[in-house]
Design a protein around this ligand. Structure first.
Ligand code: SF4
Ligand code: SF4
Length: 384
């Protein structure tokens, strides 16, 4: 049976318009009965927006506050016990929630914030790969986890949407450890799917009104996609998003290749029934995607010389660097990879490419976009 996903055109961050669209999306998916199945009466609901870092209001890096308010208005009709939370890759979770406006919206509706610092140590027996976990207690204990991802490109994983958004359920600095433990995208993808199984992600409502293309997930360019995507299957929600940004086959991206191979969830458009607006009407054909060289050549960790000739790497834009050292702090392979060094009058990161595992945490969290995904000459040539 095909997976039902609602795709709704929405051109602006207007709370009344978005609220109507989300209600219409639920109607298309099956109405009251359907919503009650997702959110049974008396449920404890956790809303999980994307709060990657401390960002200004209306930043395309994080789930938009107006979008969040519209979700709150709808979900409030079905649940009295709602919390929202996340744990950013760097910086304070509550500051991140405050600065981008989510905290203020939540306060209006009496919804508390949880910074995911309280954790549980758990086992996941029937995992694809990862058996033992530390996760945010509330993410595991909530009856219903509704993820509110932002549609964006991602340095390491190419794309971040409904599947990747739950990486925030790993408390604080433990995220860096996962990059070291899962040092290739296939294993990282397996870990993400296992994590979603562990926390039981119930439903996704994706903010794809203003998306991010290019050097995402933090330093890319905002791109109007005018889309809200909703559904129970997080892989199918992402599958629709990928079709909108021009991927012919979602399996080009490791998370969805693994999901397909393990029959974890629907990813192919032919296995999805798109309700509401059509992909053709909302597709942005020239969406700037992120590199994909690494997967073509597999995991070359053991062949460092070849790896450095082919695989994309974190590339410094010297003029943009403000010498903040954040890249060196967030690098999971510290202190082996990044050394802050005086060059042309300022302190900048110098990378040991042999030791770098290409997790792109540095590119993800550089506050000023001074790190990009560098493509090698040979890598580009071989891709052609
Ligand atoms: S590259 Fe970015 S994160 Fe690293 S020191 Fe420069 S500005 Fe800071
Ligand atoms: S230098 Fe950047 S890409 Fe390389 S291991 Fe460190 S954080 Fe990851």
């Amino acid at each position: 049976m095909k997976e039902k996903i609602a795709l709704l055109r929405c051109d602006e961050y207007d709370v009344d318009v978005i609220e109507k669209k989300i209600r219409y999306g639920f109607e298309l998916l099956g109405g009251e009965e359907y919503v009650r199945k997702i959110i049974p009466a008396g449920s404890k609901v956790l809303l999980k927006p994307n709060l990657l870092s401390v960002e200004e209001i209306n930043s395309p890096v994080v789930t938009n506050h107006v979008f969040f308010e519209a979700v709150l208005r709808v979900i409030k009709d079905y649940a009295a016990d709602i919390t929202f939370g996340d744990s950013p890759g760097f910086g304070s979770a509550s500051k991140a929630a405050e600065k981008c406006g989510l905290m203020a919206e939540a306060k209006k509706y009496g919804v508390p914030f949880n910074d995911f610092t309280e954790k549980l140590t758990l086992e996941l027996k029937d995992s694809i790969l990862v058996k033992s976990w530390d996760v945010a207690k509330i993410a595991y204990e909530s009856d219903v986890l509704i993820t509110l991802p932002k549609l964006k490109t991602h340095g390491m994983m190419y794309f971040t949407g409904a599947v990747k958004n739950q990486f925030g359920c790993v408390p604080g600095t433990q995220k860096a450890l996962w990059h070291t433990r899962m040092n290739n995208t296939e294993n990282f993808s397996k870990m993400l799917l296992d994590l979603n199984k562990l926390v039981g992600t119930s439903f996704a409502i994706m903010d794809g009104i203003t998306a991010m293309e290019g050097n995402g997930p933090k330093s890319g360019t905002p791109r109007q996609m005018n889309s809200i995507i909703m559904g129970e299957s997080i892989t199918a929600v992402d599958g629709v998003a990928l079709a909108l940004i021009g991927y012919e086959d979602p399996r080009e991206i490791p998370q969805y290749k693994v999901a397909y191979d393990y029959n974890w969830g629907k990813v192919l458009i032919e296995d999805i029934e798109v309700l509401g607006d059509s992909i053709e009407n909302l597709q942005v054909k020239d969406f700037v995607k992120i590199r994909k060289t690494k997967e073509v050549f597999g995991n070359l960790e053991s062949m460092k010389f070849i790896k450095n000739l082919i695989v994309p790497y974190p590339k410094l834009v010297h003029s943009k660097c403000i010498s903040c050292k954040r890249c060196a702090e967030v690098c999971p392979e510290k202190p082996r990879v990044i050394t802050m060094t005086e060059k042309a009058g300022k302190l900048v990161p110098i990378f040991d490419k042999n030791e770098c595992i290409r997790c792109f945490c540095c590119q993800e969290l550089c506050p000023v976009g001074a790190l990009e995904i560098g493509e090698t000459f040979l890598g580009k040539l071989l891709m052609k």
